[in-house]
Design a protein. Structure first.
Length: 113
């Protein structure tokens, strides 16, 4: 293969390739209301999450910045509704949630106390 053929092949492969999408949050069980950010998420960013129990994916647009290790809402919930994570109730909503909202102490009351 000549040098010019190699350059053409490399350029063609580059044109055909698409950006690799990696996931930015994990969901422990199907049916959970929240996922956990494994990388910081920015407001307006469309992010992919992976369900750990079956490796399926979900795409969500973040309504706010979500720091590493914090939760993103995967379900729209009203005030006082149970919140599921790990397939069990971890708390109650204290504010209405929309899919993509940042979930933290300002809008969830833990079931621990």
């Amino acid at each position: 293969m000549s040098h010019s053929q190699a350059n053409t092949l490399t350029e063609k492969q580059h044109e055909d390739s698409k950006p690799v999408s990696t996931h930015k949050f994990l969901i422990h069980h199907r049916g959970d209301h929240v996922g956990v950010a494994i990388s910081p998420i920015q407001k307006g960013e469309e992010v992919v999450g992976v369900y750990m129990d079956d490796d399926s994916q979900i795409t969500v647009t973040a309504n706010g910045d979500i720091p590493l290790g914090h939760k993103i809402a995967l379900a729209s919930l009203n005030v006082g509704e149970p919140v599921l994570k790990y397939g069990i109730q971890i708390g109650l909503t204290t504010q209405k949630w929309e899919v993509g909202d940042y979930v933290h102490t300002h809008n969830i009351k833990t079931a621990r106390w």
